[in-house]
Design a protein around this ligand. Sequence first.
Ligand SMILES: Cc1cc2nc3c(=O)[nH]c(=O)nc-3n(C[C@H](O)[C@H](O)[C@H](O)COP(=O)(O)OP(=O)(O)OC[C@H]3O[C@@H](n4cnc5c(N)ncnc54)[C@H](O)[C@@H]3O)c2cc1C
Length: 496
Amino acid sequence: MTEKSIIIIGAGLAGLSTGCFAQMNGYRTKIFERQDKPGGVCVSWKRKGYTFDYAVHNLFGVAPNSVNNSLWQELGALEGLETYSFKEFVQVEDAEGKVFTVHTDLNELKRHMEELAPNDRKLIDEFAQAVSQFSGYDLFAALSGGFGAKLKMLPLMGSLMKYSKLTIKEFAEQFTDPFMRKAFSTIQYDLADVPVLIPIIFLSTLNRGDGGWPIGGSMALSRNIEKRYLSLGGEIAYNSMVTKVLVENNRAVGIQVEDGSKYYADTVVSAADGYSTIFSMLEGKYTNDLIRTYYINYPKNQPFGLEVWFGVARNLSKEPHALVLFLKEPIMVEGKQHDRLSVEIFNFDPTFAPPNKTVIKVVMESNYDYWKQLSEQPEKYKTEKKRFADQIAQCLETRFPGLQSQIEAQDVVTPVSVEHWTGSYRGCQAWGVPKRYAKQMAKNGVSKTLPGLSSFYMVGQWAAGNIGLNTVCLLGRNLVRELCESDKRKFKSTKV
Ligand SMILES: Cc1cc2nc3c(=O)[nH]c(=O)nc-3n(C[C@H](O)[C@H](O)[C@H](O)COP(=O)(O)OP(=O)(O)OC[C@H]3O[C@@H](n4cnc5c(N)ncnc54)[C@H](O)[C@@H]3O)c2cc1C
């Protein structure tokens, strides 16, 4: 069999996964990455001996027999890494000290909710039953499997329909207990308007023991998949920013990088930012109504857009790993009022800080335009980032007295930072599409292929309009399976 060649743009998880499966199936691949390291948004970095992690909160697929875990074994993602299972999803605390702990053990969670809100037993029972029902199924099996796997999910259809139409906020509003009404709507960060199905899926996965944290965090995961790709014979060119997809007679034939050099292959796959791929590298010549509408309708505020990390000389290992702290007085950030902080405490990962020290991260939604405007005056941008970090440190002081004086390192990431390092459109993660495109999305995502252009494919969050470490890796796997089919090869995969 002749060896077909594939150029992949981007060494985020989608690009690396595509590369791994392509190498397993006899394709010759080379990845071009604008950064000097793998991972895309799945990265972490060092500051004064502390590790600040950008992406992972919860990794699905840590249970040995789950479908996700099988994908991780193929990619060698968890090779040599221990995984940690969280005892709570998050703990919500109001300013008066009332606490709602979202235990990952469903029985404990139900008992605790009933204690907090005895008059809401019916609603609590409904929620617990939904989590319990979903705990019995591996939803990822349906996503990655064929018709048979999807058929097995039939008993879930009623609940899937019901809870995908109801938002977290709408579900929370059904509580008669005022604290639960307020607290429940915050359990999934600032995402109160997403379907309540999302926390149900998270909690059922955690309850089943299939969700957790890879010790070493995002970078360890990305490096492991990079290692697997290289061991399969793949090549990566770092510091190689692709500026153009080369096209002849509406067929992608290669790429051009920033220094002008050109590289050719039988197939080109972009696992890079969607907007720049479609509108810059391909000059907007291959689009459709869905693609144009998608990129016009970007979210004004980006969840997790603004993140601040502190390295503190203090042991917080007795604290929950995730907290929502309601504030006595609201704070103004980006000219908008915020009544709470979403806090993450990383003592559970001993690789993140020296002994008895801790990394704390606070995340907030953010407006790209606010920071983009500031970034045009670098001093002002820097000052505003510092002002934000100081403001958050001051808020944390109430819950952790003495903390401000224990801060040894800090860093702030805005949507402009993310745009700068990954090229992601407006520093965003992918978002949903208007309902009228649902059918088209189900078939081709936002842009898994582009109209009128052959030998060209897209994978990753931008191709699918969907995020998730496992989701984007699966997209890479599915693409290679399709390529094998059209090349009349039997798709095969191996495990580490
Ligand atoms: C804050 C945050 C928290 C998250 N938490 C979780 C979580 O807990 N669990 C979970 O499952 N998922 C989580 N996600 C989602 C998940 O991390 C992403 O969906 C996934 O990593 C996206 O991978 P990707 O490869 O599609 O894109 P990216 O990671 O964006 O990779 C794209 C790559 O392309 C490169 N590139 C771009 N343009 C060019 C160019 N012109 N030339 C060369 N290279 C280029 C970029 O540098 C980058 O390396 C989180 C995401 C974020 C942002």
